[in-house]
Design a protein around this ligand. Structure first.
Ligand code: NAD
Length: 434
């Protein structure tokens, strides 16, 4: 099988290169370009994001002190329609990481055949250390600072790590105040009361589990005999756990930023969801959950299981630990959890990889449904949303598997090549302006 083999970066050296995540995204694109014999000019245009904005975001903290944060918005391309992608609040966010995530969003929209280009944004901050008022001021000021490059037909944000429906509501309100009318189509992942889509909050986790079900079927494994380990218990991780629990899969270990827990007889996921949501649990962490024992977080990913779901950070599965995974299915809920070095190891193993740009595409797919509903001012039922989501996810899953089988590619290479090809074809057909 053709794996993504590590190679020295040959892409143009740019200001994004300080980020290992951006270098990783470029290495993936180089490998795809080689595998599908992509035109060199188009490859170069796809390697460097179309538009990036770095802004200072000063706010007054509750203490009265003024603090400046750094915010980023990167639009990988504007070729396939409005650019689309999440907004991330995390301490480690930098320009290169956001650029890599924007590139992956482009391939993801391509693989799902959505009329969007890729984008991503972020603010380097620790949301756990900010009050609700501070987060609101940060979000509103950031929106104001990037107002010149966003718009319902230009660039549409959505929640990602550290942001949620409330963050999107503040962006919606700030943008609407600026343009002078209510403009719900400026963001997706809003509260349903504000034109959000029913089922959007659950969409990414649901999509992950649709893919897992197809993989279990292909491997002739039964859900009720399967076990799962999940890293991350935020939006994606918690919904994935809930959906797996409903399928009868035993979730035996979970980790978050603060702790890891295990229960070999299966964690009571509904009880854990309640425990994490309890306002007394200030950090909203799994730490201290009475229905499980502590686990050393370093052991989480190597815990023997049927299904491993990284649903937190990028680059957690590396050349060093990939050989130590003891799972049959690796379902990538997070973006970029597996490095190209790890891919080379996994290509020679029997681990069935469901790559991120396919596995977690349920979120952007239902974001697309939300955008369409807001533009048309015509809302769908949750049954309609879920049926369409399932149809699009399964279609993409089988397109990837067919290509992987037909061309002897890994699932990741098949997925990336489908996504890249869609964007590259559009670029080639539109031509180069002027
Ligand atoms: P979130 O903020 O809701 O949750 C993040 C989770 O990761 C939390 O449980 C947090 O404690 C945990 N975490 C943070 N640092 C960690 C660490 N060092 N070790 C272990 N766990 C850690 O974020 P989310 O929206 O669930 O996003 C998670 C991942 O999924 C990200 O890679 C994101 O880009 C990706 N993603 C999200 C969506 C979406 O719709 N929200 C869609 C596609 C992909």
């Amino acid at each position: 099988m053709s794996a993504i083999v590590p190679a020295a970066p040959s892409h143009p050296v740019t200001l994004f290169d300080a980020s290992p995540t951006y270098v990783m995204a470029c290495r993936q694109l180089e490998a795809v370009a080689k595998a599908i014999n992509l035109d060199a000019g188009i490859t170069q245009r796809l390697m460097v994001p179309k538009r990036s904005q770095v802004v200072a975001v000063p706010i007054r903290l509750d203490s009265g002190e003024v603090k400046s944060f750094i915010g980023y918005r990167v639009q990988h391309s504007l070729t396939s329609g409005a650019s689309k992608g999440g907004l991330r609040y995390a301490p480690h966010v930098d320009l290169g990481e956001v650029a890599a995530l924007a590139m992956w969003m482009g391939w993801k929209c391509g693989i799902m055949n959505l009329p969007f280009s890729g984008a991503k944004g972020g603010i380097a901050c620790d949301p756990a250390q900010l009050s609700a008022g501070e987060k609101e001021r940060l979000t509103r000021r950031f929106t104001e600072e990037i107002l010149n490059i966003i718009g319902p037909r230009v660039d549409v944000m959505a929640p990602d790590m550290g942001t949620d429906e409330q963050t999107m509501a503040w962006i919606y309100d700030t943008y609407s105040m600026k343009v002078g009318y209510a403009c719900p189509e400026i963001v997706t992942g809003k509260p349903v009361e504000l034109g959000g889509c029913v089922g959007r909050k659950e969409a990414t986790g649901r999509g992950v589990v649709y893919c897992i079900r197809e993989a279990l079927d292909e491997l002739k494994l039964r859900a009720v005999e399967a076990t799962a380990v999940v890293q991350g218990f935020g939006n994606v991780g918690s919904v994935t756990c809930e959906e797996l629990y409903q399928l009868g899969v035993k979730v035996i270990a979970i980790g978050d930023r603060y702790a890891a827990i295990k229960n070999p007889t299966g964690i009571d996921v509904p009880a854990l969801v309640k425990y994490v949501a309890d306002p007394k649990n200030v950090l909203h962490s799994i730490k201290g959950f009475p229905g499980a024992d502590d686990l050393d977080p370093k052991e989480l990913l190597g815990t023997p299981c049927t299904i491993l779901v990284p649903a937190a950070l990028e680059r957690v599965i590396t050349g060093e630990n990939a050989g130590k995974l003891r799972c049959r299915i690796l379902a990538e809920g997070a973006n970029g959890p597996t490095t190209p070095d790890a891919d080379a190891v996994l290509a020679d193993s029997d681990v069935f990889v469901i790559p991120d740009i396919l596995c977690n595409a349920g979120g952007v797919t239902v974001s697309y449904f939300e955008w369409v509903q807001d533009l048309q001012q015509f809302m769908w039922s949750e049954d309609q949303v879920n049926a369409q989501l399932k149809k699009l996810m399964l279609g993409a899953f089988h397109r990837v598997r067919t290509r992987a089988r037909d061309r002897g590619m890994t699932n990741r290479m098949a997925a990336l090549s489908l996504g890249v090809e869609k964007v590259a074809t559009e670029k080639a057909k539109r031509g180069l302006y002027p």
